[in-house]
Write a protein that binds this ligand. Structure first.
Ligand code: UTP
Length: 216
């Protein structure tokens, strides 16, 4: 029976690395023995709307809902591009009846990282590929600090300590601490990377270029 693997496709990655999408599509289709659940983020589309609506004075819950709508547009677009099923409900109940299923966000106050963690639990996926515009997790913000170093491996508890915990709409996490807690509890590894080829490297037992977050 095919194993299911969850891919958290960051909205920021979508637009900054759109030239990687044809390879991603082809490789996922060709990979035998695996089904894929792809959870798509909202990226700049969601953040622009959230910022605008925040200036209008909308409540935080409404801002999260606007963020989810952004993820839904991106997920719809990717499902059409991949020519595959679109799932629009609770990731905790996600069903994998076809080779690739695409979904956006679900609940106000979560992020698509949280949806990915729940989808991994419901599908039995022992790994999540968090495809981000950053190469992985760094010792500090690589845009602000030239001496920031890429961390090859970190455990979930250490990463949670490093992250901000304010859950405002549109907040930017390399991997959401709430999702890290779900992964820690369920023994799910996370690979943070900006290379779609890391999916295939990892599944073929090769070394990845990004960061591995160990659950323990
Ligand atoms: P994401 O944070 O998941 O999109 O959703 P993203 O930024 O593209 O993902 P990464 O960071 O690249 O991985 C954007 C916003 O939408 C709302 C939140 O406010 C979130 O910050 N959202 C998303 C929810 O409220 N619930 C969800 O289930 C998903």
């Amino acid at each position: 029976m095919a194993k299911t693997v969850i891919v958290s496709l960051g909205g920021s990655f979508l637009f900054s690395h759109s030239n990687a999408l044809p390879a991603l599509k082809q490789k996922l289709m060709d990979m035998r023995g695996f089904n894929f659940g792809i959870i798509v983020g909202g990226g700049r589309l969601a953040r622009n709307y959230i910022d605008f609506a925040r200036k209008l004075g909308l409540a935080e819950n409404a801002l999260h809902t606007i963020g989810i709508m952004g993820t839904d547009i991106n997920a719809f677009m990717i499902s059409k591009y991949f020519n595959c099923a679109l799932y629009c409900s609770d990731p905790r109940l996600m069903k994998f009846k076809s080779k690739i299923v695409v979904s956006g966000g679900f609940k106000p106050g979560w992020t698509t990282d949280v949806c990915s963690a729940y989808a991994a639990v419901s599908s039995g996926s022992k790994v999540i590929f968090n495809i981000s515009k950053e190469r992985g997790v760094y010792t500090k913000d690589p845009k602000a600090f030239k001496n920031a170093r890429l961390i090859k491996e970190i455990n979930a508890s250490k990463l949670i300590e490093m992250m901000t915990h304010k859950r405002t709409a549109g907040v930017n996490y390399i991997f959401d601490p709430m999702a890290s807690k779900i992964c820690r509890m369920s023994g799910i590894r996370v690979v943070v990377t900006n290379s779609v080829f890391d999916i295939f490297r990892y599944l073929n037992g090769l070394q990845v270029k990004g960061t591995i977050i160990e659950p323990k």
